[in-house]
Design a binder for this molecule. Structure first.
Ligand code: MN
Length: 749
């Protein structure tokens, strides 16, 4: 706390003047009735600080600024029925941002709880103001994740409500901006919190600001129809009223809708004139206290004695209340003139809950308004509401909001709407590893907000991220530069090491084979000298380069032999070695010769007239005409054709390069080949049908097999089909890629 503040605002001894005393009295009147002396003192002290700290500032309306926090505190107290701590926080909600009062001062005067609430309100304002767009549900989750104390949001609603009530003093541009933000964000949120009265008032205020002409039209119509409607209701209630009087039931009738925006929206949605919509509004019969739910049933039976009910339109929300606590009996009857009219029957208490929602709950379910029990109830109520989304609430929401406030972290969502926190600059790769290391390893593509993006795309706050995975590990060492999370980094690093080890193992094998072939035993010490000679840090490094082909085996071998013979070149041994080399090669020579004799130049020509050389296509990679291919001569002289890219072929190239033969496709080929592709996409109804349709009908391609698996809404199909070459297969792949829901089509190995 700062000494200056405490000296400057001498709260204990400051005497309020008459007008402020009256303002304070009004506020206290808005608070709950049984305020203790201590509570009154707290509110008075907060009122003084509110008044003094904002003293020199005026609002756009020209009124003193402190009117605003006082009005907000009144809404908090009366309309939302919140506790004294919230009222105090509401009075001071703008002090930290707009005055010289600091959090420490608030803590000193009013304690931690109030300080935290005000801090929360200040923080959450930033979230609201910097948002761009998002669904109601996810926005709510974001809010929940950031706020420990729900009262922060409720004070924020009260703040916004008063700002909307006084919006006419701002410039037009600002009015529109604030109104649409309120319509998009605050009103649906208020609805979700069950603050129905606040939601309705916010909507009407926004509507009035954004579309004053339509607002005035509906308002005028409502005034004009007032008498008609009252006459209609009176006539309708005549026979019912007599019976109810006999039963000694006291009630009130509400038959005129007041929420202008909802009437307008119904007109728009149903494309009907005001009159038709207006007539559809239900007539509410509200039983005075202390009538009970049994009395509601009595009213119901009286009404249905006078008018014929439509059975399908009957709803009993008394025995089975809605999630938000709404209770009422609904019945639609046909009047003597053949008109349909809906009645809603409920007690006074049920009506207050229906109108005020959560705020009323609070008042009724907990005798007192203070204490953590009430807050627990509120939190669980909101969470419950989130888990049982109301069908109408998720649609009208803005997209993708930005939170400049929390630069160091971003919030993104899974396809199911779960919230994940990632560091700033995170990419879909980070996100994938965050979900599961397997998802990260198999990630092949990503969708952000339903658009395909590269895996190295930088994620932004509010993004909804979907990772498309393949069945194989697709981890790329280059990703190291594109990740920021520890999880992703360590897994990629581990992968690189593993991969290096594998290549080094291959290098070691090549080396050992070469030494064995030369019948040369190189000791570890000699090998170390070779390693140093080529400036490697370790044997592993040398083997890695041998395995990857970055250094030539002959070169290294020659050097090793030099060391073996104490630095001199042993010419004789070299010569013997050459002889041995050529003789071992002879094993396959006759096959080479046979194969090449049917080819051109040095290559075996595939699919030509070469009946003398037996060859077949490798199952592992199913090469088709147009693919880069190579042949591998087996021990019995058959030639196995692989795609050059095939992993097995790569392995053979490194380890048994002496058995590889160059092969070429014949210029014209008239047979068909077996190709395999992998289709990845959404697991939607009819996907398989659509794929087979495209293949058989529009591309006249025969399928050999289709193997489908689906998991968590993702579909993966491995399809083998008969094609006449790479062009044909390409065409098929391009065509399938365009299919609705298909995310990726790959050549399958
Ligand atoms: Mn404010």
């Amino acid at each position: 706390m700062s000494i200056e503040s405490i000296q400057k605002y001498n709260l204990e001894s400051y005497k309020l003047r008459k007008p402020q005393k009256e303002d304070l009295a009004q506020l206290l009147k808005a608070c709950q009735k049984n305020l203790s002396e201590q509570d009154k003192e707290r509110i008075t002290k907060a009122f003084k600080l509110c008044y003094l700290s904002h003293k020199r500032v005026k609002r756009a309306s020209g009124e003193p600024y402190y009117y605003h926090p006082v009005e907000v505190a009144k809404i908090v107290a009366k309309k939302i029925n919140m506790d004294v701590t919230s009222v105090v926080a509401a009075l001071l909600h703008d002090t930290i941002e707009d005055t010289d009062v600091e959090v420490e001062d608030i803590e000193y005067w009013f304690g931690n709880e109030v300080a935290n609430l005000i801090n929360g309100v200040t923080k959450i304002s930033g979230v609201f103001e910097t948002r761009d767009a998002k669904q109601a549900e996810t926005f709510m989750k974001l809010m929940l994740s950031m706020i420990e104390d729900m009262r922060v949001i409720l004070i924020k609603f009260a703040d916004r409500l008063h700002n909307m009530r006084t919006i006419q003093y701002l410039v037009r541009e600002k009015q529109i901006q604030i109104s649409s933000e309120t319509m998009d964000l605050y009103a649906p949120l208020a609805h979700r919190f069950g603050l129905f009265a606040i939601k309705n008032e916010l909507e009407d205020l926004c509507f009035k600001t954004i579309d004053p002409v339509s607002f005035r039209y509906v308002a005028r119509k409502l005034r004009e129809k007032k008498e008609d409607r009252e006459t209609f209701i009176n006539e309708l209630m005549m026979p019912v009223g007599r019976e109810l009087a006999k039963l000694n039931l006291k009630f009130e009738i509400k038959g005129r809708p007041k929420h202008i925006y909802s009437i307008y929206r119904k007109m728009q949605r149903q494309q009907k004139p005001f009159e038709e919509i207006y007539d559809l509004f239900a007539i509410r019969i509200i039983l005075d206290e202390p009538h009970t739910k049994e009395d509601c049933w009595r009213v119901y039976s009286t009404i249905t004695d006078s008018y014929t009910p439509i059975p399908e339109r009957f709803r009993d929300f008394i025995s089975v209340p809605k999630v938000n606590g709404y209770q009422s009996l609904h019945t639609t009857v046909i009047t003597n003139k053949g008109k349909k009219v809906e009645f809603q029957i409920r007690t006074k208490k049920m009506d207050i809950i229906a109108e005020e929602g959560l705020a009323a709950h609070w008042k009724y379910k907990e005798g007192n308004q203070d204490g953590s029990k009430t807050l627990d109830r509120l939190v669980s109520w909101v969470r419950e509401a989130l888990e049982n989304p109301m069908p109408d609430s998720s649609s009208d929401f803005v997209k993708d909001f930005q939170l400049n406030l929390y630069q160091e972290e971003i919030y993104v969502f899974t396809p199911k709407g779960e919230l994940r926190t990632l560091p700033f600059n995170a990419t879909p790769i980070d996100f994938a590893f965050e979900i599961h290391s397997e998802v990260g390893e198999r990630a092949i593509a990503a969708k952000v907000n339903d658009k395909m993006v590269p895996l190295r795309h930088k994620l932004r706050n509010g993004d909804q991220v979907e990772i498309i995975t393949g069945s194989k590990i697709n981890l790329n060492p280059d990703w190291m530069d594109d990740v920021v999370t520890h999880k992703a980094k360590s897994r990629i690093r581990q992968f690189i090491k593993q991969k290096q080890r594998k290549v080094a193992d291959i290098g070691r094998e090549i080396w050992e084979k070469r030494c064995a072939k030369a019948k040369l035993e190189i000791t570890d010490q000699e090998l170390t000298r070779v390693v140093r000679k080529f400036k490697y840090e370790s044997t592993q490094g040398l083997f890695f380069d041998l395995g990857s082909g970055s250094i030539e085996l002959t070169q290294v071998f020659k050097e090793a032999k030099k060391f073996k013979s104490t630095g001199k070149i042993d010419a004789e041994e070299d010569h013997i070695q050459d002889l041995q080399d050529s003789s071992s090669e002879k094993v396959y020579q006759k096959y080479f010769d046979a194969a090449r004799s049917y080819g051109q130049g040095n290559a075996l020509i595939l699919n030509g007239d070469i009946s003398h050389v037996k060859y077949n296509y490798a199952n592992c990679c199913s090469p088709i005409p147009g693919d880069e291919v190579l042949g591998f001569i087996s021990r019995n002289g058959d030639v196995k054709i692989h795609r050059s890219m095939c992993n097995n072929a790569q392995h053979l190239l490194k380890n048994e390069s002496d058995r590889i033969i160059d092969v070429k496709w014949a210029k014209s080929i008239d047979s068909t080949f077996l190709g395999a592709i992998r289709v990845i996409g959404e697991d939607r109804v009819g996907m398989i049908n659509d794929i087979t349709d495209i293949l058989s009908k529009s591309l006249s391609t025969n399928m050999k097999s289709i193997n489908v698996s689906s998991d968590e809404g993702m579909f993966e199909g491995i399809i083998t089909l008969y094609v006449d070459g790479i062009a044909h297969l390409d065409k098929i792949m391009k065509r399938l890629e365009k299919l609705q829901g298909v995310k990726n089509v790959l050549r399958y190995e």
